[in-house]
Design a protein around this ligand. Structure first.
Ligand SMILES: Cc1ncc(COP(=O)(O)O)c(C=O)c1O
Length: 369
């Protein structure tokens, strides 16, 4: 039976009356938006910061859509993919009634935004395995069981933060099939560009209830402009446009991203990514030589998850050498671990030097695959 993804959304939002913004026509004086007629000092934007940004950054969307090779109407630009998580939960989950499924250890913002909306968070932990390449994998059957029990959104983070691995496409397909007509599947591909796995977009082409989240915070080196996107079916995106408030995406971010996405800058981003991938492999090999390092999981992202025999000593040694690494206190399965973002060659050398100052290296040390 044909199902409509919007039947899963909060019913009262389906008929919400969208905000009507004051029109903007280049060449006409704008006395319709209660803005200042004067530019502020230091304002070197094209549009002028005295003017509101466009209600929706459609020029930017056109450019990003062509970058991702999709139709413009299949994309909603958000302030980072974090805002995309928020808007999806608000649009689909009824407070105090609905639930989402997440598979920890994973990105903690799914939980946070759900709790802000008073939505229940059901945790289906990633499966553990002796073999590192099969460790921290999706518990597909348990996730599917939960969908049958009335969950509204399933989040699958692939490559996953903080474990670094990708979910097998066949498992994602199983979840998507089970969720059709019952739940929205959100594929968070924040780290896709660092992965050897292909993009998950084709899953959306056949499934209206599947969306993917992308971000410019990692690959395009633009975490500071806060640009992310939801990619999904046209009718779903047009529904989300009514839920996300207008004017949220600032003019400097629009202009900066447009500049960054021109062709030269994209090839620069690709070169930087290649260098991060090379450094990821080198850093992993070097880290494994230290006695304090027990395991380094395979990574499809711009970071490594490293298990240590003494997390506090590792963190302190890094800090003494001027480096901050990330720890996770709310996940039992990774409590001895640190997550290390791949830096520049110099950053990585500095970390390795800091570790050499404190820890011995074991010649010919190997880890299980
Ligand atoms: C898996 C994942 N998704 C989404 C985000 C949010 O990224 P942003 O809001 O910068 O686009 C992050 C940030 O680290 C992340 O790790």
């Amino acid at each position: 039976m044909e199902t409509d993804v919007l039947d899963l959304a909060r019913p009262e939002l389906r008929s919400i009356i969208p905000y009507t913004p004051g029109v903007y026509e280049p060449g006409l004086i704008r006395m319709n938006a209660n803005e200042s007629p004067y530019r502020s000092s230091g304002d070197d934007t094209k549009r002028g910061l005295n003017r509101y940004p466009p209600p929706r950054p459609y020029a930017l969307r056109a450019c990003l859509a062509s970058h991702y090779n999709i139709h413009e109407e299949e994309m909603l630009i958000t302030r980072g993919s974090s805002e995309a998580i928020d808007v999806l939960i608000r649009a689909f989950c009824i407070a105090g009634k609905d639930s989402i499924v997440i598979s920890p250890p994973t990105f903690d913002m799914y939980r946070l935004y759900a709790e802000i909306q008073n939505v229940k968070v059901i945790e289906i932990p990633l499966l553990r395995n002796e073999s590192l390449s099969a460790d921290f994998t999706l518990d597909t059957q348990m996730v599917i069981n939960q969908i049958n029990a009335g969950t509204k959104i399933v989040f699958i983070c692939s490559p996953n933060n903080p474990t670094g691995g990708s979910t097998a496409r066949k498992d994602i397909v199983k979840v998507c099939n089970a969720a059709r007509g019952r739940a929205l599947v959100v594929l968070d591909e924040a780290y896709q560009e660092f992965s050897a796995q292909e993009e998950l977009r084709s899953l959306q082409e056949i499934n209206d209830h599947v969306v993917s989240l992308r971000t410019l915070s990692k690959f395009v080196s633009l975490a500071g402009v806060r640009c992310g996107a939801v990619i999904g079916a046209k009718k779903l995106i047009s529904f989300l446009e009514n839920v996300l408030p207008p004017y949220t995406f600032p003019t400097p971010s629009i202009e900066l991203v447009l500049k960054a996405l021109d062709e030269d800058s994209m090839s620069v981003s690709k070169e930087k990514t290649c260098s991060i991938l090379r450094e990821r492999s080198r850093l992993k090999d070097e880290l494994l030589k230290f006695s304090i390092v027990e395991k380094v999981w395979p990574s499809d992202a711009n970071f490594l998850l490293v298990s240590t025999s003494n997390r506090e000593r590792f963190v302190m040694a890094a800090k003494n050498g001027g480096i901050l690494v990330r720890i996770f206190d709310n996940h039992e399965s990774i409590k001895n671990c640190v997550r290390i973002t791949i830096g520049s060659k110099n950053d990585n050398d500095q970390l390795l030097q800091a570790l050499s100052n404190e820890f011995t290296k074991i010649p010919n040390k190997r880890q299980e695959k």
